[in-house]
Design a protein around this ligand. Structure first.
Ligand SMILES: N[C@@H](CCC(=O)N[C@@H](CS)C(=O)NCC(=O)O)C(=O)O
Length: 215
């Protein structure tokens, strides 16, 4: 299996968690020509990261990849339980992709001091805090958000919740997490496959933030 990803791509990190938890053997490649390039689109038509390739079979979209990996490598199951439990896991995955991550991404334009608009950062911070409060009210980590073993619901948020904190800190408007979510993040960061999966993303993100702040 070829995994197309980069260290800085948060959606690549989301899939890398599933690959690490399931102990999948794969070769990681950067997108040939860069993402969105014609060269990469010739392999991955959507042009986005991450993507996987098995022979000439290609799949992009992190959530589709994660569900495919869960079916291909069923141990440990990351979409466990009955229909209702599985639906709740999918709900948190969509919440991450559709409600949470886009607002974190919108902060990126404001990290460099020269491009920062404090009032827009404040608006985004308010929207992110609303989503964080919703999330905290929906989960009772056991120790994972919805399950005793890590599920697909944890993966995107294990990347983008810390990213929201790091980006807001860099923008000069730090956010404090509710204790229930901070405890969950701490437990996640101590989990060896999660730690291994997040290491390259964390290092690249810190380097990018530091370089942007010096600009
Ligand atoms: N919905 C997509 C989003 C992936 C995404 O936005 N990836 C970024 C890198 S983290 C990217 O490829 N951006 C280039 C683009 O959108 O053309 C997924 O879940 O895979």
């Amino acid at each position: 299996m070829i995994f197309y990803g980069t260290a800085l791509s948060s959606y690549s990190a989301k899939v890398r968690i599933v690959l690490a938890v399931k102990g999948v053997q794969y070769d990681e490649l950067p997108p040939p020509g860069g993402y969105r390039s014609d060269e990469y689109r010739a392999v991955v038509p959507a042009g986005t990261l991450p993507a996987i390739r098995i022979g000439d079979w290609v799949l992009s979209e992190s959530e589709a990849i994660n569900e495919f990996l869960d079916e291909l490598y069923p141990t440990p199951p990351m979409l466990p339980g009955d229909a209702r439990a599985r639906a709740r896991i999918r709900f948190l995955c969509r919440f991450h992709d559709l409600q949470f991550e886009p607002r974190v991404r919108a902060l990126f334009a404001h990290v460099k001091p020269s491009g920062r608009h404090a009032h827009k950062v404040a608006l985004l911070r308010g929207e992110i805090e609303t989503r964080v409060a919703q999330l905290a009210s929906w989960v009772q980590p056991q120790p994972w958000l919805l399950t005793p073993t890590i599920s697909l619901a944890d993966c995107g948020l294990l990347v983008n919740l810390p990213l929201a904190c790091m980006a807001l800190q860099a923008c000069g408007q730090p956010m404090e997490l509710p204790p229930v979510l901070q405890c969950w993040l701490d437990a996640g960061a101590a989990h060896p496959p999660v730690r291994q999966a997040l290491e390259p993303w964390h290092a690249a993100t810190q380097a990018w933030l530091a370089a942007s702040l010096e600009d």
